[in-house]
Design a protein around this ligand. Structure first.
Ligand code: GLU
Length: 377
């Protein structure tokens, strides 16, 4: 069975050689594999890193001396390198996909594009249009405008957001690792995990301390991507990008080396995905254990009686996180009351809201319909 819609993310370390130059032979093989899947009827979307590193290599050639290592470089320098490298990336993709008469299109996105509803819809419409026309969108973060606080920073998360936005069936993260590894008590990798059905604590523990040499993502960002993908109904695979025919093997469900994350049984609707992953939270509400249980286990709303305190300043209708007494975030939602109002009604009965505030906007601080559970560590 061919997948209807596939998003493939390729990391910097997979796309560039040891000098930082784009590996055009590799890009040609990527194009060949994508073209084959496209011919079998799959919409193909590429999320490509590599701009900063390729730009740096180009810059070093211009000036004839090595640049500061990227790990120590300033944000403006990296943004400048992304601006130099992005056209090089596209040039390489145009040539490689052109050999298979497959048109490509550059799409640069930021986190804000997923946070604001009208931008989110515009991005989705444009991508849908490109796919309808048989074009392969090549997506990267718009590094030159993305400010530090709201950057995705890594294309793993961006790719998962794109897969969710487009209701893809499959997201493939091609990396310089084979997948997620189990580790022994001394932290040594022991066994590749072939399938993950639930992203529980034991899975998150496996990801700690891992990271790739030249890309920005490590295993943690890949698991965060898995959380977004699998709650959006998307199957996600992590695999080594350099294995022969890897895309074809994954798309055909053949025996391949990698980790498969299965979609969660109940996928979130778009509105809840947007609430869970689209916007940075404006603040947090700390709730007691009883309220947490009613929200998590019984699917109830948050009432004033369960609130202990607030963190940050926020207004009605903004997105806030819900934290338990240990500080762990377990849900997000649109609040009916501001942080100042909540400070005055925290712990009280619903019947007392009006008496304390002089008005009542709603019985609930956050109504269940405006609340989504999230897993955090
Ligand atoms: N957007 C960055 C680039 O193109 C890559 C971010 C990442 O490593 O995932 O260089």
């Amino acid at each position: 069975m061919a997948y209807r819609r596939v998003v493939i993310k390729v990391g910097t370390s997979t796309l560039t050689d040891e000098t930082g130059a784009l590996d055009r032979v590799y890009i040609a093989s990527l194009a060949m594999q994508c073209a084959a899947e496209h011919r079998s009827g799959s919409d193909m979307v590429l999320v490509s890193s590599g701009a900063i590193r390729a730009g740096t290599e180009q810059w070093e050639n211009y000036v004839g001396q090595p640049a500061e290592p990227l790990s120590r470089a300033t944000i403006p320098f990296k943004q400048a390198m992304a601006a130099i490298g992005q056209p090089l990336l596209m040039q390489a993709y145009l040539a490689a996909f052109g050999a298979y008469d497959l048109p490509v299109a550059q799409v640069l996105l930021t986190r804000e594009d997923f946070g604001e509803r009208h931008r989110f819809l515009h991005a989705r419409n444009t991508l849908q249009q490109l796919l309808k026309m048989g074009v392969v969108p090549v997506i990267n973060e718009n590094d030159t405008v993305a400010t530090e606080e709201i950057r995705f920073g890594d294309n793993d998360t961006l790719a998962a957001m794109v897969a969710s936005l487009l209701d893809a069936d499959l997201l493939i993260l091609l990396s310089d690792v084979e997948g997620l590894y189990e580790r022994d008590e001394r932290g040594r990798y022991t066994r590749l995990v072939r399938e993950v059905h639930r992203l529980d604590e034991s899975i998150w523990r496996m990801a700690q301390g891992s990271g790739s040499r030249v890309g920005t993502g490590g295993m943690i960002t890949k698991l965060q991507a898995a959380q977004i993908a699998t709650t959006s109904g998307v199957t996600m695979v992590i695999a080594h990008g350099r294995h022969e025919g890897i895309i074809h093997h994954i798309c055909r469900g053949r025996d391949f080396v990698g980790t498969v994350f299965h979609p969660q049984p109940r996928k979130l609707c778009h509105r809840k995905r947007w609430l869970a992953y689209g916007l940075p939270a404006s603040g947090a509400i700390v709730v007691n254990e009883g309220a947490k249980q009613r929200i998590v286990a019984d699917g109830k709303s948050l009432l004033p009686a369960g609130v202990l305190s607030c963190e940050g300043h926020f207004l009605p209708q903004q997105v806030v996180e819900l934290r338990d007494e240990s500080g762990r975030v377990f849900a997000r939602g649109f609040t009916n009351y501001s942080s100042e109002e909540i400070a005055r009604i925290a712990g009280c009965q619903t019947a007392q809201i009006e008496q304390r505030l002089g008005f009542k906007r709603a019985d609930e601080i956050i109504h269940r319909d405006n609340l989504v559970l999230v897993y955090s560590r």
